[in-house]
Design a protein around this ligand. Structure first.
Ligand SMILES: NC(=O)c1ccc[n+]([C@@H]2O[C@H](COP(=O)([O-])OP(=O)(O)OC[C@H]3O[C@@H](n4cnc5c(N)ncnc54)[C@H](O)[C@@H]3O)[C@@H](O)[C@H]2O)c1
Length: 243
């Protein structure tokens, strides 16, 4: 792979984003790790040879534009964009506040919009680009105690399908990965209770919780030419939970 392939991964300080960053680095990408949490993303980047890291809040368009402009003059324009930054906490519709609604929507979908708006133009200029957005099986079906999270992830799925239609003809592919339960801090609502986790694991085909590596491999496929005819797809990686 030519060294020119540059993958920017948001949420790279978190479990899934770090797994994706490591896998893509192994595939030969120059990886740019981005996260709001500077300490976490610095640690992850240090464990990935040749990678770079930047602290950035995906809900702040000005920070994204500043990073885009500085990358263009230094490392180069990302050829691949993976949006993994996201937040989840269980909630009840009747007690959820407007501030909480705005926070969840801003991080999970508005941030993705800002990132795509900033980084797709350079991909269009070269006629080659690849966007992979991380949704969730919660965006494909309803679930308990997560109405606004589900809405935000459902938005990711249709946002991605639509940009695949708009930018596919310009050489930019866009696809979604929809993880099921993956063993990261975000899954602690279930994984902290070992008994409940073991019971849950028995209900799915794979009989286990997923790993960040499982998602890294799915992203690796979508980032590669092996998926060159795949546009606007939602790749469910959930151990058969939706089967
Ligand atoms: N873990 C799961 O079971 C699971 C399942 C389905 C989907 N997902 C999705 O996968 C993605 C990654 O989740 P994870 O499990 O790695 O969670 P995580 O909490 O380990 O990582 C999320 C990362 O996003 C970063 N982040 C949060 N807000 C940000 C902001 N405003 N700007 C920049 N970075 C920000 C956090 O600092 C964190 O490092 C999320 O979009 C999540 O919704 C996770």
């Amino acid at each position: 792979m030519p060294k020119k392939n540059i993958a920017l991964v948001t949420g790279a300080g978190g479990g899934i984003g770090a797994g994706i960053a490591k896998t893509l680095a192994g595939d030969g990408f120059t990886v740019i790790c981005v996260d709001k949490d500077a300490n976490k993303v610095e640690q992850i980047s240090k464990s990935i040879p040749g990678s770079h890291w930047f602290a950035l809040d995906v809900t702040k368009e000005s920070e994204i534009v500043a990073l885009r402009d500085s990358l263009a003059k230094s490392i180069g324009n990302p050829t691949h964009l993976v949006n993994s930054a996201g937040i989840f906490f269980e909630h009840n519709l009747l007690t959820f506040t407007e501030e909480e609604f705005d926070l969840m929507m801003n991080v999970n979908i508005k941030g993705m919009f800002f990132m795509c708006k900033a980084f797709i133009p350079a991909m269009v200029t070269t006629g080659k680009g690849n966007v992979i957005n991380i949704a969730s099986t919660a965006g494909l079906r309803g679930g308990r105690n997560r109405p606004i999270y589900s809405a935000s992830k459902g938005a990711v799925v249709l946002f991605t399908r639509s940009i695949a239609i708009d930018f596919g003809p310009k050489g930019v592919r866009a696809n979604t990965v929809a993880p099921g339960l993956i063993d990261t801090p975000m899954a602690s609502w279930l994984s902290d209770d070992k008994e409940a986790l073991a019971k849950w694991e028995k209900t799915i085909a794979a009989q286990r919780i997923g790993t960040p590596d499982d998602i890294g491999k799915a992203v690796s496929y979508l980032a590669s030419d092996a998926s060159s005819f795949v546009f606007g797809e939602t790749l469910v990686v959930d151990g058969g939970g939706m089967a």
